[in-house]
Design a protein around this ligand. Structure first.
Ligand code: LIP
Length: 282
């Protein structure tokens, strides 16, 4: 199914409004978060009241303005269908819950098998990242580019940790990257980790398994900012999650080798399942 430019224009304008509204709710929640109820969805999987408030707001606004669009959110799930909004109301919830101001809201709009719009807002720093397929990526309205790094001894990568994959693979990849001469961080907010690749603050981000709400906006940002990524939608990542890799072109191969996550040459069409890739990362 294809979607025309006018339909995307309308959603882009609406997305800008949503970012402001969601940022206000999250910022207010963070300011009072010392008294907030924090619960655990599972091991190392935090949930605060603000997660639910932001997601409910976004879901209701989208349903009111674009009732024909589907919705998939981290907290409430949903039926995305062919055209949908994919939302992480607070990415980096563990940081949020511990008063660390490194968290964000991530919103992607997907149609025609591709991510058409991707936005990430860090409400504490007032940093708004926005990307539109084929039209570039920006931070607070200014175009952004991935870093031009080619020297591995100057790289700063980030690796997210997921307890949905064997710890040995994460440690093995970290080990290989450190031995290659890279610095590797973990900021505990995967969406911002990807945004930082897009604007050149970081040279690459990888995680052995991520959910679509954590990464779709960030993957589009990186590709539109001149970076390379691994496959995600073609591996069934929308509903089941998949490995994530995004990097500056000059050093992407090193990150790909260490993590065994392949690089993607063309667009990440849902229909374009790459069996070869699936075998390599199984
Ligand atoms: C999580 C991130 C974490 C990353 C996970 C997930 P949540 O999101 O904060 O850094 O490794 O894959 O993205 O649970 O805070 O929304």
């Amino acid at each position: 199914m294809s979607i025309d430019d006018r339909a995307i224009d309308l959603r882009e304008a609406f997305l800008r409004e949503l970012l402001g509204e969601a940022g206000d709710i999250a910022r207010a929640g963070f300011a009072r978060q010392a008294g907030e109820t924090v619960s655990m969805k599972g091991p190392q999987d935090y949930l605060t009241e603000t997660d639910g408030q932001v997601e409910s707001h976004l879901k209701a606004r989208i349903a009111a303005v674009f009732p024909e669009d589907g919705f998939l959110g981290e907290e409430g799930g949903g039926e995305p269908g062919a055209q949908a909004w994919v939302v992480d109301p607070i990415d980096g919830t563990a940081n949020f819950a511990r008063s660390i101001p490194h968290f964000c809201i991530s919103i992607a709009f997907i149609a025609g098998g591709e991510v058409q719009l991707g936005a990430i807002v860090n409400p504490v720093l007032d940093e708004v990242y926005l990307a539109r397929l084929g039209r570039g990526a920006s931070l607070n309205g200014q175009p952004i580019r991935v870093s031009g790094t080619t020297d591995i001894a100057a790289t700063s990568f980030e690796m997210g940790w997921s307890n949905r994959r064997p710890l040995a693979r994460y440690i093995g990849a970290l080990n290989e990257l450190f031995e290659a001469g890279s610095n590797v961080r973990r900021g505990a907010c995967g969406a911002l980790g990807l945004a930082y690749v897009a604007d050149g603050r970081s040279d690459g981000y990888a995680e052995l398994h991520m959910n679509s709400w954590d990464c779709l906006a960030g993957l589009l940002l990186v590709r539109e900012a001149g970076g390379v990524t691994g496959p995600f939608l073609s591996l069934g990542g929308l509903l089941a999650g998949a490995p994530v890799l995004a990097a500056a072109p000059g050093v992407a191969a090193v990150l790909s080798k260490a993590t065994a996550i392949p690089l993607l040459a063309g667009p990440d069409l849902v229909a374009d399942a790459k069996e070869d890739d699936q075998r390599r990362i199984a």
